[in-house]
Design a protein around this ligand. Structure first.
Ligand code: HC1
Length: 568
């Protein structure tokens, strides 16, 4: 342990602690912008400068380790003057249209200017008027809002192993850009949105589709239904002051009903359906010498990654559509038939923790006869915006149930949102289908948790099945190098693009960290445990769907509506 004082308050912290963390223990928040608790420390912005007795220069609190007897001061005149000067320099090079900025009231730069009582910029503006780059359905870049902190670059390179974003230029002309300044979709980018999740300002944001939903809700000729992804219900509360991981399923349903949706359904129903198709596809490949390892295909960032980075391995991907797109296809066919509506009269909205889902919904193959499976995808952040727009506070709303018939789901569907969840859900069904025995213990603990790559062996009659689960594309690459070389020891692999799975998706509330992801993960397993039905094949509404409409899993109708193909 190391003894030191911060602002004259004595404190003892473990050796190796940085000044920033030691101050946090005392409740002192040292301002910072380039620092992010999950990232490598770069100490670029110097906003966390502090005075240390005996040192001639200010030290960066994010990168300086404490030492015995250290005497730190975080709010002297020179420290404050430095911080204000840094903020003023940033403001001079920042488009200050805060009122119309998507990050208004949720921007670190704005918050810090308010904290330091900076009411206006006192330096001449040097902002270059560059247009917003809105060339793909998922992510929008606004270089005039970039403060060059590098958090997006580190998320892309260190977490995803992609490096689609980089610094270019020198000195005051330095910018964050893509290779040859190409639109993101023309680079190695897979639109996962992890950059938008760590951006402290409005420089990288999701494409805002909220107006499309508001317009549809006002259109009396449209029947507007909504589905909500498994991980949104454990993340939404963050934006309304609830504890991370708070389960707000019932309140979220109420909010969506109050927003005016005609029916509120559950993507978890689609997840149960995915397990039926994907589970049977795996068994079919296993029994008929199909391409193995089979890899899950529900994470759209991961599918984009396969198409861009490992196109020769594309036949390893399951042909099953994602739960979101399966739900959309069923809504526009089965549900349309049940309600007597034409598919064109139904607007399907999806609430997803993911920016890449917007791209998935826009794929030409996700629809038929001139209509889309999913018409609009909103991220969790966009839903928060809509809920705040109508003045609701999630924590205070009464609870409501999802509507029928696309609202009933199982614990297996619930855990899709956590890394390992799709595999566990599939194993619950595959095991019982193969053995015709009831699974005694539903929890496959080997595939749970935050470890980057997990593996296990499942004993089925006649053969052992080797499985692996990975999250983040950096980990996926390790697995894919083996698959590409033909040396993969696995039969079935689950990959989720984002850290922790969808609970850590790029469209989740700003402020999402790995510590918060773990709480959301625990919440999903809690939801699973509390549900009366925990296996997808036991969902009675899924059974009815097959009996009345689809026929058999992998049958002709199921293939037409629930399976897809990929691009090389
Ligand atoms: Fe996901 Fe999925 S789990 S991809 O992460 O398979 O986005 O939550 O909705 O489709 O169910 C996301 C989450 C989500 C799909 C499901």
């Amino acid at each position: 342990m190391v003894k030191l004082t911060i602002n004259n308050i004595p404190i003892e912290v473990p050796k190796g602690t940085k000044i920033m963390q030691a101050a946090k223990v005392l409740g002192i928040d040292i301002p910072h912008l380039c620092y992010h608790e999950d990232q490598r420390i770069k100490a670029h912005c110097r906003l966390c400068s502090v005075e240390v007795t005996g040192k001639k220069r200010l030290l960066a609190a994010c990168s300086t380790e404490v030492w015995e007897g250290m005497d730190v001061h975080t709010d002297t005149q020179i420290v404050r003057d430095t911080q204000v000067s840094i903020l003023q320099l940033m403001l001079a090079n920042h488009h200050k249209d805060c009122l119309s900025c998507p990050r208004n009231q949720n921007c670190d730069l704005q918050r810090l200017c308010s904290r330091f009582n900076i009411l206006k910029s006192n330096l001449p503006s040097v902002v270059k008027e560059v247009p917003r780059i809105e060339t793909n359905p998922s992510i929008v870049r606004d270089p005039s809002k970039c403060i060059r902190c590098g958090r997006c670059i580190r998320a892309c390179k260190d977490v995803q192993g992609i490096a689609a974003l980089t610094y270019a230029g020198r000195s005051s002309d330095i910018v964050v850009t893509t290779a040859f300044n190409k639109p993101m979709e023309e680079t190695d980018c897979i639109l996962c949105g992890q950059c938008s999740l760590v951006c402290p300002t409005g420089a990288i944001v999701e494409k805002d589709d909220t107006q499309k939903v508001l317009d549809a809700l006002q259109d009396d000729s449209k029947h507007v239904i909504v589905q909500v992804a498994p991980s949104v219900r454990v993340a939404l509360g963050d934006a309304f002051g609830l504890e991370p991981g708070a389960i707000v399923t019932g309140q979220m349903v109420t909010a969506l009903k109050l927003l005016g949706f005609d029916k509120v359904f559950d993507t978890n129903f689609g997840a149960d359906l995915t397990i039926m198709e994907e589970g049977h596809e795996f068994l079919h490949r296993l029994e008929h010498g199909g391409v193995l390892p089979m890899m899950t295909s529900c994470s759209p960032g991961w599918v984009n990654y396969m198409e861009k980075h490992f196109p020769t391995c594309i036949n390893h991907l399951s042909s099953a559509k994602s739960p979101m797109s399966m739900f959309g296809a069923i809504a526009k066919t089965y549900y349309a038939k049940q309600t007597g509506l034409k598919p064109q009269e139904i607007v399907t909205v999806s609430i997803m923790p993911c920016t890449a889902k917007k791209f998935e919904a826009a794929r030409p193959e996700m629809g038929r006869d001139g209509y889309r499976d999913v018409d609009v995808v909103l991220t969790t952040r966009e839903l928060i915006k809509l809920i705040k727009y109508v003045g609701l506070s999630i924590g205070q709303l009464p609870e409501n149930d999802f509507d029928s018939p696309l609202g009933l789901s199982t614990g297996a569907g619930a855990i899709f949102g956590a890394t390992g969840g799709v595999m566990e859900a599939a194993l619950r069904t595959v095991y019982e289908k193969v053995t015709s025995k009831t699974l005694e213990k539903l929890e496959f603990m080997d595939v749970r948790g935050f470890e980057g790559i997990k593996e296990a062996t499942v004993h089925l009659p006649g053969r052992d099945v080797h499985i692996a689960v990975a999250h983040t594309l950096k980990n996926a690459r390790t697995i894919m190098e083996q698959v590409k070389k033909g040396t993969s020891p696995y039969d079935f692999i689950e990959i989720m693009a984002c850290p922790g799975g969808c609970i850590g998706g790029g469209g989740q509330p700003i402020g999402t960290t790995n510590a918060i992801r773990k709480k959301r993960m625990a919440a999903l397993y809690e939801i699973d445990k509390a549900l009366p039905i925990r296996k997808s094949h036991e969902n009675p509404d899924i059974q009815t769907l097959y009996q009345d409409f689809l026929g058999e899993p992998l049958g002709e109708k199921a293939h037409e509506l629930l399976h897809t193909h990929y691009h090389q």
